[in-house]
Write a protein that binds this ligand. Sequence first.
Ligand SMILES: [Mn+2]
Length: 335
Amino acid sequence: MKLNEANIKTAKALIKKAQRISIITHFNPDADAVGSSIGLYYYLKKRKKDATIIMPNPFPAFLDFFAAGVDMIIASKESKKACKVLMESDLIFCLDFNMIHRVGNQTKDALHDSQATKILIDHHQEPEKGFDVKFSYPSASSTTEVLAHFLTALSGKRAIDFGIAQAIYIGVCTDTGSFSYNCNNAETYSLVSELVGKGVKVDKVHQEIYNTFSENRLRLLGYAIYQKLKVFPQYHAAYICLSNDELRRYRFQPGDTEGLVNYCLNLDGVTFGCLVTERDRVVRLSFRSKSDTVDVNKFARKYWSGGGHIMASGGTYQGKLSDVITALEQQIKTL
Ligand SMILES: [Mn+2]
């Protein structure tokens, strides 16, 4: 990955002169979103910059092991404060999203209206206008992979210390499903090799991320697969749908359905998987594909005002869960 040199020069100058820097990522932040935010935060702090992380809403508890103790504003809890910080910043880093509204309702207007220069670091396709400097690399495994190249371009390989290396590794590892998709670039493994060289303990990170389920989360997984998986062999599709009531029954916590959609693709012959979850009045949809001929980014954009990547995407719907299911089952027939 060769980052645009003119953009690097611009970013360097912007960081140097910035008095107040904010870092923001997408709503329902995943490990790549949290990892890239924290990695960049450590870098800026080390350079004595005034930097603030704004998380749209709480991140999954399994990320506490490396994110606990990092100061951040949770916009869903302190929206006024979050908006104020955005409006008073002179530089805003936008990480792991490609459209302003992806930061969520609490901060999207402030992010849009803020006079700060906005730098995008991301790997989603077709970022919208509204970012001033773009480091958008859809072929990258993760935003943290782009961030690694960004920091190296700014300050050399020494820029990445252990804390930053671990944050970067977490994004690469989770956004590739532990190196099972989106990871055919030799370059990704060179980066991982360097990260391990910086002290990242791959086994420890995997323990923290994958083997720290609550009992409720594990039982929810069992229930979802046993009772809720619906398979359409003729359309090579499967989906799982979980209502508010069902999630409540298993005392749902953010992150508890992380990775659940991938179980649909465990089925031989199934190339399209979907997880539908109802959260209060919003229905969330996650899509996964394991075939080059099924583009779930297009699917999410076309039907669910969402988007993402060819193999992984998402969308939302304000309305009844039953309406979503009726529509989805029709859409599956067009696959
Ligand atoms: Mn990502």
